[in-house]
Write a protein that binds this ligand. Structure first.
Ligand code: FES
Ligand code: FE
Length: 454
C-alpha cells in the first residue's frame, strides 16, 4: 500500500540520520509510521500488561491494551493468568466494558455470548435453537495472547508465538528489575489502580527521556530545586551512570555518594525500609549498583518506564523514596495515554504505603511537580512533525551531544554486569541505543542485539 511505502521511505531516512546521531522529525507524528509501529513493534515485542498484585484473587481482572487492542488480564479459578483479546468472537463487541473487577464470566452485551474468565466460550442465549450442533464452544473462546510470562510479578504478553522468551527478551533489564523490586521478600505491589491521562506526545519521546535524559533535569525541573524539593540537579548528567542492555532497554543511575547526598546507598531508603532488604543473593555487580549507583530511571522497550526518587512530600520536608512504573500507551500519531502506577513494598504498612503514594503523586502524578514539566515539553515534537514547513526543511533532532567532550563516554571496561555501563550521562548514548533498536524492530529484525555500540 502507499502507506507502507511511505513508512519504508521514512525508515530509510531514519537509518541515514542515525548514522550521524540525528533523528528525523517525521517519526514523531505520522500515520504510516504509527501504523507500522503498531504492527511491527506492539505485535512482536513483549509488552507489559499488568502487575500480579492487581489481580491477586481468583476472578480478578483488569482491562489493558497491547498497542491499540483492548485485552482482559484475568486470574482464573485455577490461579492462572490469561491475557484475552477483548473482542467477542461473534461480531467483535467488547465483552468487558469496565477497567477492573472480579467475575467468573464475561457476557457480551450485544447478543449475550458468554465466556469464562479463562477465555472459554461457555454458552450463548438460546444455544440449542440458534445453533444446534453448529457451534463448537471449544473452538470459539476469546482469542488469547500467544505467550504470557511474568518477572517479579510484572505480567508481559507477546502476540508473537515465536521469538525469545520473556527472560531472554529482558536480558540485563530483567537483572535490573530484580534489583529494583526484588530486594525484599514479597517484592513490591501496586499502591492502587493506575492513573491515566492523555498527552499530545509521542510514546517514543517519553520512553527516550526515561532511558537516561539527565540533560533536561537542571533546566526543565529547576523550579523543584528552587522550592527545595530537589537538591543537586545540576549534577544529574555529571554523576549519571548509563546502563544499556540488549533489545533497546536502558537505565540510568546516579552516584550521589560522591556529590551532594553523602551516604546515598540503596536509593537513600531509610533504615526502617532497608532492614527488610536481603542482599545475600546479589552478585558483585548487583551489589555495586545498589550500594553506589542505583538506577533512577529506565525504559524496558518498547513502552514501560520506571523512576525511583528520594524526595520530600513538601518543600524541605522529610525525604522518602517513591517508585513509579509508567506505560506510554500509543493512542494515535503523536498521542499517548500515560498510565502511572505507584509501587510500594509489600511489607509496608497501610500508612507507609499511603505516604509513599502521596509523595509519588506529588512528584510524578498527573499534577506532579516533575510530571507537569515533562509532559508539556514533550508536546513540541509531534507539532513539529506535523509541520509541512519542518518536513520540507528536513528537520532532524540533534543527538550529537558530547562529541567534543573531555569526559570519557566509552563504556566502562571494568563493568562485570550485563550489557554496557558508561560513567557519565553526557553523550545521549542511551537515547540513540533506543532509536537504533526501534529502527531494527521496525525493519522486522527482532533478534536480540546490542545496537548502538560505538
Ligand atoms: Fe458478542 Fe454478538 S457480538 S454476542
Ligand atoms: Fe523529567
Amino acid at each position: 500500500s502507499p502507506e507502507t511505502a511511505d513508512a519504508a521511505a521514512i525508515l530509510d531516512r531514519v537509518e541515514a540520520s542515525l548514522k550521524n546521531d540525528l533523528v528525523p522529525v517525521e517519526i514523531f507524528n505520522d500515520e504510516a509510521v504509527f501504523r507500522a509501529e503498531i504492527e511491527q513493534i506492539f505485535t512482536k515485542c513483549w509488552v507489559f500488561v499488568a502487575h500480579e498484585s492487581e489481580i491477586p484473587k481468583a476472578g480478578d481482572f483488569v482491562q489493558r491494551r497491547i498497542g491499540l487492542d483492548p485485552v482482559i488480564v484475568t486470574r482464573d479459578g485455577k490461579g492462572g493468568i490469561n491475557v484475552l483479546s477483548n473482542y467477542c468472537r461473534h461480531r467483535g463487541t467488547q465483552v468487558c466494558q469496565t477497567d477492573a473487577g472480579n467475575s467468573r464470566f464475561f457476557k457480551c452485551p450485544y447478543h449475550g455470548w458468554t465466556y469464562s474468565n479463562n477465555g472459554d466460550l461457555v454458552g450463548t442465549p438460546h444455544m440449542h435453537d440458534a445453533y444446534g450442533e453448529r457451534l463448537d464452544p471449544k473452538a470459539w473462546g476469546l482469542i488469547r495472547a500467544p505467550r504470557v510470562a511474568t518477572r517479579q510479578g510484572f505480567v508481559f504478553a507477546s502476540l508473537d508465538p515465536d521469538g525469545p522468551s520473556l527472560d531472554e527478551y529482558l536480558g540485563g533489564a530483567g537483572w535490573m528489575l530484580d534489583l529494583i523490586v526484588g530486594l525484599a521478600p514479597g517484592g513490591m505491589r501496586v499502591a492502587g489502580p493506575p492513573e491515566r491521562y492523555r498527552l499530545h506526545a509521542d510514546w517514543k519521546t517519553a520512553a527516550e527521556n526515561f532511558t537516561g535524559d539527565g540533560y533536561h533535569v537542571d533546566t526543565l525541573h529547576w523550579s523543584t530545586e528552587e522550592v527545595a524539593v530537589s537538591q543537586g540537579l545540576q549534577m544529574t548528567c555529571e554523576i549519571a551512570r548509563i546502563y544499556e542492555f540488549e533489545n533497546g532497554h536502558a537505565f540510568a543511575g546516579h552516584a550521589w555518594t560522591k556529590a551532594v547526598h553523602p551516604g546515598y546507598v540503596l536509593w537513600g531508603y531509610a533504615p526502617e525500609i532497608t532492614q527488610h532488604f536481603n542482599l545475600s543473593g546479589l552478585d558483585e555487580a548487583q551489589l555495586h549498583v545498589v550500594n553506589h549507583e542505583p538506577p533512577t530511571v529506565g525504559t524496558i522497550f518498547p513502552n514501560l518506564s520506571f523512576i525511583r526518587l528520594n524526595t520530600p512530600s513538601v518543600p524541605g520536608g522529610p525525604m522518602s523514596v517513591i517508585t513509579s512504573f509508567r506505560q506510554w500507551q500509543p493512542i494515535g500519531p503523536g498521542e499517548i495515554e500515560l498510565w502511572n502506577w505507584q509501587f510500594v513494598w509489600d511489607f509496608m504498612s497501610e500508612d507507609e504505603a499511603r505516604d509513599s503514594y502521596v509523595n509519588g503523586q506529588f512528584t510524578f502524578g498527573s499534577a506532579g511537580i516533575f510530571e507537569q514539566d515533562d509532559t508539556v515539553a514533550w508536546e513540541g515534537a509531534p507539532r513539529a512533525a506535523q509541520s509541512p514547513w519542518m518536513r520540507k526543511a528536513g528537520m532532524e533532532f540533534h543527538f550529537q551531544q558530547g562529541n567534543n567532550s573531555q569526559v570519557d563516554q566509552s563504556h566502562d571496561p571494568s563493568w562485570t554486569g550485563p550489557g554496557r555501563k558508561r560513567n557519565t550521562g553526557y553523550g545521549e548514548h542511551a537515547q540513540l541505543h533506543f532509536y537504533r533498536h526501534w529502527l531494527n524492530v521496525m525493519r522486522g529484525n527482532t533478534g536480540a542485539g546490542t545496537e548502538g555500540a560505538e
